[in-house]
Design a protein around this ligand. Sequence first.
Ligand SMILES: NC(=O)c1ccc[n+]([C@@H]2O[C@H](COP(=O)([O-])OP(=O)(O)OC[C@H]3O[C@@H](n4cnc5c(N)ncnc54)[C@H](O)[C@@H]3O)[C@@H](O)[C@H]2O)c1
Length: 256
Amino acid sequence: MKNLMDLSGRVALVTGAGRGIGREIARVLASAGADIIVAEYNLETGKDAVEEIKGMGRKSYLFEVNVADSASVKALAEQVYQQLEAVDILVNNAGVSGNMLAEETPDEEWKRVMGINLDGVFWCCREFGSRMLERGKGSIVNIASMSGHIVNDPQPQTPYNVSKAAVIMLTKSLGVEWAKKGVRVNSVSPGYIATDLVKGVLDLNPVWKERWTSMTPVGHLGETTDVAHAVWYLASDAAKFATGTDLLVDGGYTSW
Ligand SMILES: NC(=O)c1ccc[n+]([C@@H]2O[C@H](COP(=O)([O-])OP(=O)(O)OC[C@H]3O[C@@H](n4cnc5c(N)ncnc54)[C@H](O)[C@@H]3O)[C@@H](O)[C@H]2O)c1
């Protein structure tokens, strides 16, 4: 039987692949056979990721980008296509959060979160999606969040929640618009994932830790590999009938 999840010969671009969930996505897609473009704001972690992927026997390339800046994303696409013939898989992973009461949120903070989490996803979908459309094939996976479905507790994070809800609708809209043109667009919505950063935050906030864990039916946080494997499925031909959909990977959180 043909292995539909084999990514040999494919090129995947992952934004924010320097650390956390993006780094794991890069690793898992590389394990499945893909060459990896690391598109990062942080060149130090980006370089480290590229070295790791090369160590796995795949090709890997580092490009600098600020996804919030459409000119930077345009320049990224131009540079990528100068060096490589095609990008088969785009994973829009780069994102930021912020905890602040809504009534105290300044313009800059609202714009920062929307700029990276929503505008950034759209700029990348537009620049790389248009080239995928010309080619008649491609798979885009956006990293949304369960926060696009529910309101988290106890931390206030209205801009984040709104940005992720918008990513889910952006995914549906593009999924439908591009469905007959060979480009699939899906999203993955993680619940709480124990990245190094999240572990550090929870060590300082035992109340959050207890709340997050007790509100997750499986009783613990997820691992970065849980998200990366969902991305792998959606990116691959195994998901050829899936487009415009959002895959929740949240330990049951949103089902309660
Ligand atoms: N960690 C969780 O529990 C969790 C849960 C749900 C969704 N998510 C989402 O998963 C994604 C990754 O989260 P993470 O926890 O790994 O975060 P992280 O902060 O550990 O990593 C984010 C990466 O994105 C890069 N980045 C940030 N701003 C950028 C920009 N403007 N341009 C290019 N790169 C930029 C950073 O350099 C970093 O490498 C985000 O979209 C986040 O919202 C995370």
